[in-house]
Design a protein around this ligand. Sequence first.
Ligand SMILES: [Mg+2]
Length: 113
Amino acid sequence: MTTNRKPNEKIYISKTVTLPRLNRLSPSLEGTALKIMEESGELAQAIGKFRGLSGEQQRLEEEEAMLMVARELVDVAQTAVTMMFVLEEQYGIDLEVIMQEHITKLRHKGYCD
Ligand SMILES: [Mg+2]
């Protein structure tokens, strides 16, 4: 197996998330913040309740529960992306700058290369 990498080239592993601007809604900062909390709660429910972690009798099979976890996680990501659009469009925040600051912070903390 061959690669096109140079000998000392660093590999940055990342995941790119592309989610749509919800152009049929008129979200507000407060509305999207509440929606993030709502979806986070649904994610927590999928992780805990549906897997019977607190002794619940009705629980899902692990594979089904993990699919729910993944779906709720994407819901959280969608609401976060929606809030990013709100910050850009309604408050003039440059999310590209914020993203670069975020990556720099993670590297400074030693969480990634
Ligand atoms: Mg949901």
